[in-house]
Design a binder for this molecule. Structure first.
Ligand code: AHM
Ligand code: MG
Length: 327
């Protein structure tokens, strides 16, 4: 839906969140506080990222995450920062993170929310000064308040997300999120340390000329994806692939385009994680008038069964997704 309260560019994130909350007279303000906690953690991570080259915190930390990929130190730092902010905030009873095998209980059994997070996505870009991002997804818990959170709290399905968003640490830092009332973007004013509304009611262009995928894997892609990519080239579309989902998604959201992570030989079920990569991006895409699918069904309709489940993802301009699906 359209946001019912148009606030002007230049509004601070705090003011925006307050206004959005006032549209729900029975809201307790906990979701608002949770969004502020995430914004604060992202500012701290933004600082760490900007300092990374100087204080030698980049590079492999020597530990592997659950998927067996080598973690970069900044991933670990970002993970710690986010978990700390969410624990201190008190609204969240449990967290799942790309960097942790098990569900993390925050010690706040009275928290009404759970959060699924990829604290620093696009880790292969850290060492080379290329854009990276944070992705988050928020649910209202289904387990009783006061008890221990359960897996069921995280496995409700993408349509049950209360909010979702990402932070792109790019040439500027931007927080983009939705609570189901449209999508808005807030650029970090580094001198004030404030997120400022810069992109109001973001709309995914219906079509576009950019396609984004890892071209090195094309031989592994299913026939219909290969056929589609051939037609993209025949139509002289533009190939752009950063290798950071957040950055590729954000560009395509603004300019119009399609992002593809098809099944490959190495990752037959897709590489990206359903709960903290695909679901939040799909929620934002749909809220902006875009589309997300795994090739069989809309991503938000995929039934989650595991915390670290992977999924194929095609997301972006609806016209381009439709063309892919009829290829
Ligand atoms: P990560 O969570 O380990 O960083 O992996 C996710 C990233 C996405 O940001 C990006 O779109 C994709 O992996 C790139 O994968 P590849 O290098 O296989 O093209
Ligand atoms: Mg990731």
């Amino acid at each position: 839906g359209q946001p019912n309260l148009a606030l002007p560019v230049g509004t601070t994130l705090d003011r925006f969140i307050l206004r959005e909350q006032s549209a729900f007279p029975f809201a307790t303000g906990e979701l608002s506080q949770l969004l502020r906690d995430i914004a604060l953690a992202s500012k701290i991570i933004n600082l760490e990222i900007n300092r990374a080259g100087l204080i030698d915190v980049t590079g492999a930390a020597g530990t592997d995450n659950i998927q067996g990929e080598s973690q970069q130190k900044l991933d670990v730092i970002a993970n710690i920062r986010f978990i700390r902010a969410l624990k201190n905030g008190g609204e969240v009873c449990a967290i799942i993170s790309e960097e942790d095998d098990e569900m993390i209980l925050t010690g706040n059994p009275n928290g009404k929310y759970v959060v699924a997070i990829d604290p620093l996505d696009g880790s292969s870009n850290i060492d080379v000064n290329v854009s990276i991002g944070t992705i988050f997804s928020i649910y209202r818990r289904v387990s009783p308040i006061g008890s221990e959170a359960t897996m069921a709290d995280f496995l409700q399905g993408g349509r049950k997300q209360a909010a979702a968003g990402y932070v792109l640490y790019g040439s500027s830092t931007i927080l983009v999120f939705t609570t189901g009332q449209g999508v808005n973007g807030f650029t970090l004013d580094q001198s004030l340390g404030e997120y400022i509304l810069s992109h109001t009611n973001m709309r995914q262009p219906h079509t576009g000329s950019i396609f984004s995928c890892n071209d090195g894997n094309v031989a592994d892609y299913p026939d219909y994806v290969q056929t589609y990519l051939t037609s993209c080239r025949q139509h002289r579309m533009t190939g752009r692939y950063i290798g950071s989902l957040v950055a590729d998604f954000h560009r395509n959201l603004i300019k119009g385009g399609i992002y593809l992570y098809p099944p490959t030989r190495q990752s037959p079920g897709g590489k990206l994680r359903l709960l903290y990569e695909c679901f939040p991006m799909a929620f934002i895409a749909e809220q902006a008038g875009g589309r997300a699918t795994d090739g069989r069904q809309l991503t938000l309709d995929v039934d989650p069964t595991e915390l670290h489940q992977r999924s194929v993802l095609f997301v972006g301009s609806p016209d381009l997704i439709d063309k892919l699906l009829i290829s």
